[in-house]
Each structure stands twice: as C-alpha cells, then as structure tokens.
Design a protein around this ligand. Structure first.
Ligand code: XMP
Length: 333
C-alpha cells in the first residue's frame, strides 16, 4: 500500500484560528466520508485517540462508537477519567470494557519484555475485536494515527528496524474489515494538542505526558504480579501529584515509576520489612529518540521518597535512574 506524505503546502497549525479552520475542514471531510455509517474507535485516553474522539463526536455525534479497553495496566484513575470526560461530559457513545483479569491472567509468570509486549498487543486486539463483532453496521475504524507514525512506517518500509515493538490497533482479524478514518494523519504532536484544546478538551488531557500502549505492564518489570502492580500504580500517582504541585510536570517531558522484581531488606516499626524499590525516571526529549535526565531538586525528591515509602505498601526504597538515552531507553522494557 502506498504511504501518503503530508502535503508540502499544508500550513503548520500553531494557533486556535488555524486549529478551528482545520477542525471545520475535517468535520466536513469526515461527514462526507462516513455518510450515515457508524465509526468505531479504540479510545485509550491518550492525546491522539482523545482528539480523534472529540473531532468525530463533533462531526458525527452518536454515529461514533468508542470502545475503551481497560487492560488493567492503566495509571491511577485513568479509565475513570475517560468514562467521565467522554461518557458523561461529552455524552459519547462509549463502551467500557474492564478486561483486567483477561490480561493479568495471560501475563502471569511471563517475564520476558518482548513477550509481554506481544501478549498485551495481541490481547488488546482480541478484546477490541470481540466488542467490534457485537456491533452492527460499523463500516469505519477511526485511528489516532499521527504523522510521526507514518514517518516511522516509511522508515520500516525502507528496512530500518525498530528497537521495541510499539503497539496500536493494527492487525485486526480478517473477518473484521473496516475502511480507515485517520483525520490526524498529517499532524505533528504539537498540532494535535492545539487542535485538542480548540475542541475544548481539558488542558491536562491534551498536554498529558506520553504513556506507552502496554501501559504499566512495561514498568512492572519482569513477571507482573497484582500486588507489585498495585504498588507501582500508587507510587506513580504520588510522583505525578508531587510533580504537579511543584510545577515540574510542565518542565519534564516524561516521568514515571518502574518497579523491578527485586526485594531488599528494610526496617519499619522496628521490624524487618522486605520490599521492592521504586525507580524514578524523569527525562526530557524532543523526539523520544534521545533523552536527557532532568535534575530534580533534592527537597522534591525527599518528599517523594517519604511519601512513597510511608504510603505505598510493599515499597521500602526509592531510587533514581540517571541514565540518558542512549544508552538506556526511556522505558525499562
Ligand atoms: P523508549 O523506551 O523506546 O520509548 O525509549 C520512547 C517513547 O515511546 C514510548 N513507548 C511507547 N509508546 N506504544 C506507545 O505508544 C508502545 O508500545 C511504547 N513503548 C514505549 C515511551 O513511553 C517513550 O515515550
């Protein structure tokens, strides 16, 4: 299949006025493309799928069916926010699937990172396809493809290898044939955010840091267990809360916790207390191909250490990853 490139004449969307113009054009394009048919969208709650959802809701309202698959590897409150913003505030046609047990059962005992990624990617497609088969009269599949994804495909078509297998909803089973609707396919990330804000999505959602498709699955290192996943989710929520409080969330591109499958000896209430370490990763980057480690003030770090070790059951140390990319990738798996 021929890969389309962004038209050279296309103006960079940097202002609300330009975003409004893009939205008006796309609304009419989408209405023309879709007619009275239904469109299906996997809504992860990430920036790209959220902006596609908001754009399609504006264009075709309830003809859009959003499916949010909670794979049990979301951050704290993330799925709840999707349901609240899209299901309630924007009154979207939203199907919420809690597939936590399906994913965690499949992942039990699997420690190898690429195997974990493949299981999560494939099961995501299975769950989504199961939902799609239950629906009637859906002709189109909308995707939050953006221009860097297209550029990545061009690179792969030229035979350059990816370091990790990133996942999105490609590769649906053959009995599910859809026409694609990809209204953001020529936009860069910064343009998607401008369009998202012009569509009225919350600032926090539009400017939220990137979150990998396999979610906390690639941060709960090695074989995932429910107790360690829970500890990771709680520690990550504390890190994000503290970065918000001190304004670091505006300055650091991506920051999160990873929890390895290692226990060390500690002491709590005068007793031996074995626990996992929480590893802080906080990086800045332009394109995610290289990244530098951010300097975090010690006072902030001390507060985070105190809160995580006091509030999160099972964590008895906090470490900081100071490795730039290369040589360390941003995620640990
Ligand atoms: P790495 O770890 O390769 O990550 O340095 C680069 C950026 O990509 C994100 N990432 C993913 N994003 N699906 C995604 O959509 C994935 O499977 C995936 N894996 C990593 C990572 O969070 C970082 O921002």
């Amino acid at each position: 299949m021929e890969i389309q490139r962004r038209p050279e004449t296309m103006e960079r969307i940097t202002t609300k006025e330009l975003a409004d113009k893009f939205i008006a054009e796309q609304v009419s394009e989408i209405q023309k493309q879709v007619g009275t048919n239904k469109v299906l969208l996997a809504l992860s709650g990430g920036v790209d799928s959220s902006v596609v959802a908001a754009l399609l809701i504006k264009a075709i309202g309830k003809q859009l069916v959003c499916v949010h698959v909670n794979h049990g590897l979301m951050r704290k409150n993330e799925s709840e926010d999707v349901v609240r913003i899209f299901g309630e505030e924007l009154d979207a046609n939203l199907i919420y699937v809690d597939a936590t047990d399906r994913f965690l059962d499949l992942l039990a005992g699997v420690a190898e990172p690429e195997k974990k990624r493949k299981i999560i990617g494939a099961e995501f497609i299975n769950v989504f396809a199961d939902e799609a088969r239950k629906l009637e009269g859906v002709t189109f599949l909308a995707q939050g493809t953006i221009y860097p994804d297209i550029l990545e495909s061009i690179k792969q078509a030229e035979g350059k290898q990816a370091v990790k297998s990133h996942h999105n909803v490609g590769g649906l089973p053959e009995d599910l044939q859809f026409e694609l609707c990809e209204p953001l396919k020529f936009l860069y990330k910064d343009e998607v955010r401008v369009v998202g804000e012009a569509l009225g999505l919350p600032h926090a959602m539009v400017y939220r840091q990137p979150f990998p498709g396999p979610g906390l699955g690639v941060r709960c290192l090695g074989a995932i267990t429910r107790d360690r996943l829970h500890a990771l989710r709680e520690a990550d929520a504390i890190l994000r809360e503290e970065f918000d409080i001190c304004g670091l969330s505006e300055k650091v591109w991506q920051y999160f916790i990873a929890v390895p499958d290692i226990k060390s000896v500690g002491v709590k209430n005068e007793s031996r207390y074995e626990g996992w370490p929480a590893i802080i990763r906080a990086v800045n980057t332009k394109d995610a191909m290289t990244a530098t480690v951010e300097e975090i003030p010690y006072a902030v770090l001390h507060k985070i250490v105190a809160r995580i070790t006091n509030e999160v059951e099972g964590i008895n140390r906090v470490l900081m990853d100071l490795t730039p990319k290369p040589v360390g990738t941003i995620e640990w798996e």
